[in-house]
Every structure is written in C-alpha cells, then in structure tokens.
Design a protein around this ligand. Structure first.
Ligand code: FPP
Ligand code: MG
Ligand code: MG
Length: 329
C-alpha cells in the first residue's frame, strides 16, 4: 500500500475543481458585507495561505464515498470558516505575532478587530450550515465547535501547570483540533447518507489525522525553521504551555533538568532558555517520542478507513494521513 502513496500536488489535483468552488464561495462570503474591515481582515487571514487541510479532507472523503450532491463546497467553506475564526481568536489569546509568514491579524488590525471579525466569520459559518437543511449536520458541527472552545478553556487551565498529565494533554488536542477534523471527514458520510460503519470509519480517520496533526504542530514549535513554518518558534515554551515534547523531557530529565522545565512552565520560559530545553529534549529523544506517537495516530487513521471502497480518493486520504506527519510547516 505504501508504494502507491501520492504527493501533495497529486492529492490536491484530484479536488482542484471542488476547491476552486470553495475559494470562490469564501471570497463571495467575505465580500458580502458593506463593512470594509470585514472584507479587509477576512481576506488578509484567509488569502494569507493556510493548508486548507480540513476542506481537503471533507472534499476527498465525499469523493471517496461517491457523494453525488452539490453541497460539499458549501460544507467545506463553513468548515474552513470555523477554523479561520478560531485562528483569529487563537492568535489574540496566544498573543501571537506571526502566522502564515505574515504578521497576524491582531498584530496588523488589533485585538478588537480580530475578535469581532472572527465572530462575523464564525456566525457566517452557521448561516451557511443552515443552508444545508440537515439537522444532523447542524448537530455535529455545533457540538464540534463547542468542544473546540471547551478544549481551549481546558488548555488555558493547563498553562503554567507543570503537573499536567499526558492524558490531559491528549484530551486537549482532541478537543481543540482533532474534533473539527473528525466532523470534516464525517460530514461527507452524513451528506451522502452513508452507512453507520462508513460514517464511523471517516469520523475515526479525521480524529486520528487531527491528533497526529496537532502532535506535529507541537513538535514543530520546537524544531521547525521559523521562515518555513511561517510562525515563531518557541511560542509554546514562552507561554508556559505543557505540550507533549516538554512533558516527556520533564518526566525523563535529571532532577536539575526537571527543575528547569518545571520553572519554565510555571513562569513561561524566557526566550534564552530554549537552547537548554532543546538540549534536554535531544538527550531524552523527546521530539522523537512525540513523532512516534504522531506516526501511530497516522497509521490508525489509515487502518480506520480500510472498509471504504478502493478508489483513488481513498488512496489520497491514506497518503494525506502519512503526509500530515511528514511535514515541516
Ligand atoms: C491553534 O492551536 C488553535 C486551535 C486549534 C483552536 C482555537 C480555538 C479557539 C481560540 C476557540 C474559539 C473558537 C471559535 C470557533 C470562535 P495552537 O495555538 O496550538 O496552534 P498555533 O501554533 O497554530 O497557534
Ligand atoms: Mg496559537
Ligand atoms: Mg492556541
């Protein structure tokens, strides 16, 4: 199976026409208001790149189960809107200055504008959802978005807490990231009236890919090249956010190393201790540990969709799962 893996370009090529409709719908929605800031800030964040991974999963899943309707681009659009709104809020909460290689919307337009345009995009997502006239879609999407917010609150409570457990961390990343991936894939099954088995398979696929994706995000915060990543490195440490690599290094470190990391989490690691932390992580192979966990999740995602009919779109979903743990940005 591994031999037939597709690269990113080949995957995207399969859904080119669908994604073009998504991009058109995104622009039309952002242009719909006569309040100029909505359009300016909305275009700024949404045209600023982004991997469009959630819409990609939704569109591929729909093709994989042979969905015949016309609703998928709208569905992929509101999923990307929920994600975009959450990023606008996230960069305010995290006081982030760089995203997608550009100053964040909050750095450019200010916190108030970011939060409020985030609210516009977020509520527009639900207006689009209502157009689908599917109560089940409304249910799964509103549940997922609520859990997303819940995960962020839970994470807020873990910040500066060096006693956070790995289990707690995994629960946070399920809530804040994997859940939206889960419903992105699931939506294809729901809109196609697929069997419960197919729906569960796609849901599980999304959940595992989303978990892998966030594990990699948390690794890249320590290991990436900032220019390539388009975000600042070391933000999690600076915020005192106990992600998996840091928790692993703390658990396996010597008493002195443990103390250094505990203090970094408690106080927020000053930028000048990142090299010490990286050295501790290297000694205990903490990034390798987190990477191995991510790879396990990707494999679980692939296994979850074994029951899907064999076709090129399923192959693309499989390839995407592996690629999500093999990325540098
Ligand atoms: C990125 O995580 C952010 C999220 C996964 C979700 C953020 C969600 C909220 C702030 C809740 C508000 C939600 C809505 C729908 C309005 P990160 O900060 O770990 O990653 P980063 O490195 O990309 O910033
Ligand atoms: Mg953030
Ligand atoms: Mg955050």
């Amino acid at each position: 199976m591994q031999n037939d893996l597709m690269d990113q370009q080949a995957i995207h090529h399969l859904i080119d026409a669908d994604m073009q409709k998504v991009n058109e719908e995104i622009l039309a929605q952002l242009n719909s208001s006569d309040v100029p800031l909505i359009n300016q800030l909305g275009i700024y964040i949404i045209q600023g790149g982004g991997k469009r991974i959630r819409p990609t999963i939704a569109l591929l899943a729909a093709r994989a189960v042979n969905y015949q309707g016309e609703l998928m681009p709208t569905c992929a659009t509101f999923i990307e809107f929920i994600h975009t709104a959450s990023l606008l809020h996230d960069d305010v909460v995290d006081e982030s200055e760089l995203r997608r290689g550009k100053p964040t919307a909050n750095a450019t337009f200010g916190n108030a504008a970011s939060v409020l345009v985030g609210d516009f995009i977020y509520t527009r997502a639900f207006q689009l959802m209502a157009k689908l006239k599917s109560l089940k879609m409304l249910q799964i999407m509103s549940d997922a978005t609520n859990v997303l917010a819940e995960g962020e609150v839970q994470q807020l409570m873990n910040v500066h807490d060096p006693d956070t457990t790995e289990q707690n961390y995994l629960k946070v990343i399920y809530r804040k990231t994997a859940r939206l991936f889960e419903v992105s894939a699931q939506s294809a099954a729901v809109l196609s009236n697929a069997s419960a088995e197919i729906e569960l398979a796609l849901q599980s696929y999304g959940r595992y890919v989303g978990t892998a994706f966030q594990l990699i995000d948390d690794i890249l915060d320590y290991s990436a090249n900032a220019v390539e990543l388009g975000k600042n490195i070391g933000d999690d440490l600076a915020e005192g956010k106990p992600t998996l690599p840091l928790l692993h290094a703390m658990q396996h470190g010597s008493p002195n190393q443990r103390e250094l990391i505990r203090n970094a989490i408690l106080e927020g690691g000053k930028r000048d201790i990142i090299d010490d932390v990286l050295a501790i992580m290297a000694e205990h192979r903490s990034l390798d540990y987190a990477m191995a966990r991510a790879k396990q999740e990707a494999q679980k995602a692939v296994d979850a969709i074994a029951i899907l009919p064999e076709n090129i779109y399923k192959q693309a979903l499989i390839s995407l799962a592996y690629l999500s743990v093999d990325r540098t940005y």
